[in-house]
Design a binder for this molecule. Sequence first.
Ligand SMILES: NC(=O)c1ccc[n+]([C@@H]2O[C@H](COP(=O)([O-])OP(=O)(O)OC[C@H]3O[C@@H](n4cnc5c(N)ncnc54)[C@H](OP(=O)(O)O)[C@@H]3O)[C@@H](O)[C@H]2O)c1
Length: 355
Amino acid sequence: MSDGNIVHVVGTGTIGEPLIGLLCDIRRELGIDEVTFHKRSAKLLDRPKVKGLLNRGASLVADDDKLEEFRELGLEPTYTAEEAIERASVVIDCTPKGVGLANKEKYYEKYKHKVKGFLAQGSEFGFGKMYALGINDEALTEKDKFIQIVSCNTHNIAVVIHTLAIEGKKNHLVDGRFVCIRRANDISQDAKFIPAPQVGTHGEGDMGTHHARDVYHLYKTMGHELNVFSSAMKVNTQYMHSIWFDVQLDKKVTREDVEYSFWRNPRVAVTHKKSANLIFSFGRDHGHYGRILNQTVVVLPTLHVRNENEVIGFCFTPQDGNSLLSSIAATEWFLYPDEYRERLRCLGPFLMQEV
Ligand SMILES: NC(=O)c1ccc[n+]([C@@H]2O[C@H](COP(=O)([O-])OP(=O)(O)OC[C@H]3O[C@@H](n4cnc5c(N)ncnc54)[C@H](OP(=O)(O)O)[C@@H]3O)[C@@H](O)[C@H]2O)c1
């Protein structure tokens, strides 16, 4: 007998932890019967996190050789790692670079005839078809078993292009330049903080960094081959990433047109605030456990139109929020391909029009 719709999340880090919590909180609306999560290390420091997720209704999964270590911490795993993958309807891999690809080779390929679909996150280039909600839904087909949710900054760049340059099947983008000004580390991390701004190199040839490369491949699934280039640097903050953009179009626009287009896009939040601090703080008070799910927050006072066809401005990246939204969208697409958009309506309160 079927166990119903089971969503299994691998990893409990910056993306995994809020995703497991959110899935539990809106399980009924999403038509999910059970949420399970795999935790790799049995650490005393992580015990409150695991207890919190168990209290919200998820079941703990651990590797065969770690079961005893979890029991010593007073935590009882319900399933072993492989068992959980085998019984899942959808598996969402939220592990760091390279681990998702290794998991695909070792486990996911083995169970792909049973599991409806597998998702991996931003750093797993090559895992499967790239996806961001609202950008390339039409590119998903029933053949797609493996999907890569693009990174947070790729979501941001993609939605700026979508708002300014894409009209149905027509692409008005002539040239898109982006500078990703990244926060040094997540507020959930102690490591990797930097004392001063650090600039990055351009390792992706004519596209600069992986952000433009990924946005190129994302749009390629829709038949668009974009002329895009990105640079990246880190600044010594733990708040949000910021992006500077310069988008040249093959049509004339006014500043009013541009502002109106951003206001109208439901996945974009607009703001008059110029500080990431204030945006972040707004999320704490009005988001889901601090997160807003928009793909970008565009700073209206920074918008500028040059030569009637070039749009320049700044925006902030809700770095885990946009990945969470697309992860849930792709999960629902696997579970309910004909009604996934309707089912996502329950997330509406966390998509802001204005911040
Ligand atoms: N951080 C962001 O804002 C952000 C935004 C968008 C997308 N992403 C993407 O999301 C993915 C995960 O990033 P993150 O920032 O959430 O990472 P993270 O905070 O470092 O968390 C990684 C998690 O993966 C687990 N893990 C590590 N190695 C594993 C292994 N070999 N097998 C099973 N589990 C393993 C860790 O478990 P233990 O703690 O138990 O060891 C931890 O729970 C990446 O692809 C990243 O590009 C991140």
